[in-house]
Write a protein that binds this ligand. Structure first.
Ligand code: DOR
Ligand code: ZN
Length: 379
């Protein structure tokens, strides 16, 4: 048995569903799933109901998270067509601005170039006053993070370049996209990107087996697209799950008739680390590749505070089969059920406290901190 200690992981892309969809997940169940996966910081997306598109809604979400979370939580604000940059006065309390330019779950979607101009311009103007955390400002803004697929990738790259706003491209999944991002980085554009475990370890070839559980946005890609992510791993700054829980019933599992429009998305918090450690076991990654992409880089990109006295104890030789049984996510399933993996999270220590051990979450609700909420008045 070989045990290692990792720093607490950051999952920079999760949907904890509160408020509005607590039957799928909430800050309690979602952060318990995080600890079980060795994750001690999650960054929560704004496509809740209502969406996190105003300062009031961000404050309300922060209150919910502060009462219930067992790991640390950062909150994104999101842009809407109708409210524009209404969130702007609370921008420093968010980990970043999320813009959806493709259709996915929820109502957030920007669909005019005019609004894209406004969002990038106002973020740049605000940053001119308060700075970017990734540039070392004590307080300040995070990046603009985009859900941009295919042709929307160059649109966002161009805006980021023209307004000089740091851009983080979520869940890159296609060869065409990662090759473009490589070129943009080579030209010195302020861009970073992330890849999910499902786009690294699944492809369209898994769809017949997965059925409705293989549906997410971006959709699963071809084996050549998957190979491209691995070939260009040096361009991938972050591994993040896009943990997007929906119930089996909503997905149409066990239903006699398929639902008309099943919601896209798969949970991922509890399976990312064993999947990545299995890639280490197979010689496709080393542990430092994981630490760079799940700790150091997300911390730098989002300007996250360090977590003192925090670590994850992992038995890297423990071999087992992933299963739906015992998962902490409220929806109780994973698209990786049945997969043989190496690496089990045995214990998680957060700020000196054992918060997870042998399958049990020991932290009390509210032990997690909500990041960036300290008063910014009088700055
Ligand atoms: O598959 C997805 N599900 N992709 C997204 O971008 C959103 C997510 C969700 O919130 O369910
Ligand atoms: Zn997402």
């Amino acid at each position: 048995m070989s045990k290692i200690r990792l720093p607490g992981l950051v999952d920079a892309h999760v949907h904890l569903r509160e408020p509005g969809y607590e039957h799928k997940e909430d800050f309690a169940s979602g952060t318990c799933a995080a600890l079980a996966g060795g994750v001690t910081t999650v960054l929560d997306m704004p496509n809740t109901n209502p969406p996190t598109s105003t300062p009031e809604r961000l404050a309300e979400k922060a209150r919910l998270a502060a009462a219930k979370a067992v790991c640390d939580v950062g909150l994104f604000v999101g842009a809407t067509n109708t409210e524009g940059d209404a969130y702007l006065s609370a921008a420093e309390r968010a980990c970043g601005l999320k813009i959806y330019v493709n259709d996915t779950f929820g109502s957030l979607r920007i669909d005019t170039l005019e609004m894209m101009h406004r969002l990038f311009r106002s973020w740049a103007e605000k940053a001119a006053q308060v700075g970017y955390r990734m540039h070392g400002a004590a307080k300040g803004l995070g990046p603009i993070t985009v859900h941009a697929e295919e042709l929307m990738v160059p649109v966002c790259l161009a805006l980021s370049h023209l307004y000089n706003v740091p851009l983080h491209i979520a869940h890159v999944s296609r060869r065409s996209e990662i090759e473009l991002i490589r070129k943009a980085k080579e030209r010195g554009l302020p861009v970073t990107c992330e890849a999910t475990p499902h786009h690294l370890f699944l492809s369209v070839e898994d769809l017949p087996r997965l059925g409705p559980l293989g549906d997410m946005r971006p959709r699963l890609a071809t084996p050549d697209d998957v190979a491209a992510l691995w070939e260009h791993l040096d361009v991938v700054d972050v591994f993040a799950t896009d943990h997007a829980p929906h119930t089996l019933a909503e997905k149409g599992v066990g239903a006699s008739e398929a639902p008309a429009s099943p919601p896209p998305g798969v949970p991922g918090l509890e399976t990312m680390l064993p999947l990545l450690l299995t890639a280490v076991h197979e010689g496709r990654l080393d542990v430092q590749d994981i630490v760079a992409r799940c700790v150091d880089n997300p911390r730098r990109i989002y300007g996250l505070p360090a977590q003192p006295d925090t670590w994850v104890e992992v038995d890297v030789d423990a071999a087992y089969t992933l299963t739906n049984v015992g998962l902490k996510t409220r929806v109780g399933w994973t698209p990786f059920a049945g997969r043989r993996v190496y690496g089990r999270v045995e214990r998680v220590v957060l700020r000196g406290e054992t918060v997870y051990q042998e399958g049990e979450v020991l932290a009390k609700p509210g032990f997690g901190k909500v990041l960036f909420q300290e008063s910014i008045a009088g700055r």
